[in-house]
Design a protein. Sequence first.
Length: 442
Amino acid sequence: MHNYSCWFQSIEDPNYKYDINEVIYRCPSTGSLLEVEQDVQELKKSPPQYWKDLFDSRYRKQSWPYGSGVWGKKEWVAPFIEDKNIVSMYEGGTNLFWAEKYGKQIGVEDLWIKMCGNSHTGSFKDLGMTVLVSSVKQIISNGTEIRALACASTGDTSAALSAYCASAGLKSIVFLPKNKVSVAQLVQPLANGATVVSLDTDFDGCMKIVQDVCKKQQIYLANSINSLRIEGQKTISIELCQQFDWQIPDWVIIPGGNLGNISALGKGFLMLRDMGLITKLPRLVCAQAENANPLYKSFLNNFEKFDSILAKTTLANAIQIGDPVSVKKAINILKIFDGIVEQASEDELATSSARVDLTGTFNCPHTGVAITAFEKLVNKKVIKKSDKVVIISTAHGLKFVDFKINYHLENLDGISNQFSNHPIEVEADTDKVMQALEQKVL
Ligand SMILES: *Cc1c(COP(=O)(O)O)cnc(C)c1O
């Protein structure tokens, strides 16, 4: 019988530890963010091959809940949750495909895209939310009263929270910046029965309100300041190594806004290394929209200082964040991974996104930001043609059809139309149709 455990600890001083069943988001003593620390010494009593075999034996099987990409790694993620309290909708297990055609165009042939948006609610947020909502069920079954779960969101966190709460029979409250999320992102929490509060502010404004609300009532905060989510999201790194048969790529590129996911990605790789499943680390790249680029600015001065900014509107709305909650974690990670921060203008992200779609994807604007970063680093010869590169696609393109259609119909101000493609309108007459086709394709 194993005795795996984990606890919260301050990211500034590991002497401050807290029980994993406590409702706690920041270290009361240092005021810093918390992280979940796993008992690696206990886990290491089993050798690396044991873990590889265990994870492989569960991967994408139907033996609930272990077929889930997150719960297949339960011992490394949230060993304290009893199976009966797990709220899973079979997250993870997303395809990691060889972007052969696009890679050839750029000249980097070992290029892969990890489709984290091919998931229950259409974004990687499901990975963290299954852990958070399951933890809440565990806490409730331990006797703590929790009346509802709440989050501020740029659209994808709220969709994930609402779906997992609906599945668990818990109440959810989501705070959205008015007119700043896509139609799909607005309708998801509505459909799942969440209380949707539309606020006339930006994401950072919503974040302040939700933190106040959660201080007052027995309302549980579900934003990624809550480090339980990071534990689920760190399975992205574990899963992609697993998909490469436990080899690691040279580079992983990911778009960043609130900076939880870049932190999670790094945490996953560090755990793989500490557990002996891998021996070296990839380099990480965090890609930001130029209109919301506080981390990029900090990177330019070697992270010597960080200033939050007022984020401007960007097509990549899920990363329109000027005051990222997880900035300290992200900077720590980027330092360890010899990391780079790149940025993409609106024109660049829209153009990159459309270009890759022409090789068969349907990617979201945030993925477009990561693709631009990739192209820039190849042009600068930082990424070498022989390198193995993974781009993390964070959401499904179908959540962002307004962006896509407006690009193709050339309705976006200031965006060039290199790859736009509009319907041709022709009379329903075979000769006229043939004429039109001859001009366009033949
Ligand atoms: C949340 C989100 C991001 C950014 O992740 P952070 O953890 O906030 O940096 C990127 N892309 C999509 C589609 C998202 O939903």
